[in-house]
Every structure is written in C-alpha cells, then in structure tokens.
Design a protein around this ligand. Structure first.
Ligand code: IPE
Ligand code: IPE
Ligand code: MG
Length: 253
C-alpha cells in the first residue's frame, strides 16, 4: 500500500484525479448556442484544469474526453469532437511539453483515423520523459472495452505459452490495461450533476472517492476544483478495514 492508501487515513491530497467532464451541451443550450460552442468552451476549461491541477500539486490528471458510447451521437458532433482533439494536440503540445507535462492517451486506438492516431502517438513520444505532471486523455475510452482488450491480450499470451492460465492474477491483469503504468485515481469528479460512472475506469476506481458537482464543465474553474479537493480531504478512506479510532481500540483489546 502506498502512503495515500493507509487504511482509516484522511488522505489530504490525491496524487491522481480523474474527471468526467460533462455538461458542455447543456451549457450551450442554456445560452441558446449550438452544442459545438459548449465543446469549444469545454476545451478552454480543460486547458484551465490542466494548469490548475499542476499548480495544486496533482501529479496525474485523467480527463474523460470521448467515450466508446459517444459514437452514438450525430455524425457532425462526433466529427467536431475528433477535430477538437486534433486541434488540442496540434496547438497545445509544444506548450504542454515546455511545462513538463507528460501526455498519455487511453482508449481504443484502432477506431481512430490514422492521422489522429499518428498525432496521439507523436504527443506521447515527444513528452515521454517529462516529470512535472501526467495528463491522461481518455479518448474513445470505455472501461468495458479496455477490460475486454486486456482479457484478449491475456488469452493471446496464454495461448502462446507466455503465461500460465493458473498464474493469472490481478497484477497480470492490470499489466494489460491501458493504465498499466499509472496508479489508480484516489478521486473521481463528475460535473453537470449526473451521478453515474458512464463506463469510466470501472476497474481503477474500485476504491476511489467520488465527488459530484452540479457545475457544468465549461464553468468548472479553480474554485470548483479546490472545493472537490476539500471534499476529498474530508473523506475517510477505509479500504474495507476499520476507521482509525476503531483500529486503535481493536489493537488495544
Ligand atoms: C461532455 O458534455 C462532453 C462529451 C461527452 C464529449 P456533453 O456533450 O455530454 O454535454 P451534455 O451532457 O449534453 O450537457
Ligand atoms: C460521459 O459523458 C463521457 C464523457 C464525459 C466523455 P456522457 O454525457 O457521454 O454520459 P451519459 O450519456 O450522460 O451517461
Ligand atoms: Mg453528457
């Protein structure tokens, strides 16, 4: 267990924060604007979140940008969101790199257009050795898809004799997830008032604290992030164990 995972402990600040950035469409709708404008403002909010997270000492920030289910949206909206990711990588990569941000993309890559896939791989390669902060973009990401892809890799390794089926344990499984090189998020935030997980980090968030805020993603500012961190600091994480006073009592008995 890492220091942040001691049972019964109030973990003051999380190392890894994951955010379900929701509410762009409603933000636009409320203003009589097209949904695309909400997504554009959502990208600005994303940039602000990366900067704020870095300043607040968050080491890893994972942002849910496009889910495997988001392909169900009208073609024009899907294309617009693909374009936004491309725009983000092209326009922001140099600055992210200069600020020491390591970029990682999680999610299925096979469904992405070759050009976008190339850009994403380029962003990861260029920023590979940066250590200030890690920005994980979950794009074409769905937890069930990720878990199925991990299972497929395990099956292939077993079939090829690289692993014994009886030796498959959590460590072997985790090693084949997209997040294999990242610690689990301690805090998951969802904006826009929805209180569901929408196929995000199902495995990794097994013991995460969840904070739901009514703030729509384009309005999510530093104060909102600080409020979520303060809420996290008030939580007691037990990991199936007992709370601290109960622990002490049990130890004394
Ligand atoms: C989040 O905003 C962005 C993505 C899911 C890509 P939405 O587009 O889901 O906004 P609402 O939920 O319709 O308001
Ligand atoms: C979750 O938001 C996915 C992202 C934020 C990328 P959605 O808006 O797609 O989720 P549902 O449909 O409300 O569950
Ligand atoms: Mg939504």
């Amino acid at each position: 267990m890492s220091a942040g995972q001691r049972q019964g402990e109030h973990a003051a600040s999380p190392t890894h924060v994951a955010i379900i950035m929701d509410g762009n469409g409603r933000w636009a709708q409320m203003r009589g604007l097209p949904r695309q404008e909400g997504h554009r403002r959502g990208l600005e909010s994303l940039r602000r979140a990366v900067k704020n997270a870095g300043e607040l000492g968050i080491e890893i920030l994972t942002l849910y940008s496009f889910s495997t289910e988001n392909w169900r949206r009208p073609h024009a909206e899907v294309s617009f969101l693909m374009g936004l990711l491309k725009h983000f990588v092209e326009k922001d990569l140099a600055e992210l790199n200069a600020s020491g941000v390591r970029v990682r993309i999680i999610g299925g890559r096979d469904d992405l257009a070759p050009e976008l896939r190339g850009l994403v791989e380029h962003a990861e390669t260029v920023t590979r050795d940066n250590t200030k902060m890690t920005l994980v973009v979950a794009f074409n990401y769905g937890s069930r898809d990720e878990i199925v892809r991990a299972a497929r890799r395990l099956a292939a390794d077993a079939a090829a004799g690289r692993i014994d089926a009886a030796a498959i344990d959590e460590t072997a499984f985790v090693a084949r997830l997209d997040t294999h090189d990242l610690p689990d998020p301690e805090l998951v935030i969802r904006t826009s008032g929805e209180t569901r997980i929408s196929n995000f980090l199902l495995w990794q968030a097994a013991y995460a604290e969840f904070v739901f805020t009514p703030v729509l993603w384009p309005d999510f500012d530093r104060a909102a992030l600080e409020e979520a961190l303060a809420e996290y600091a008030r939580r007691e994480r037990r990991f199936g164990g007992l709370s601290e006073p109960a622990n002490r009592k049990a130890g004394a008995a």
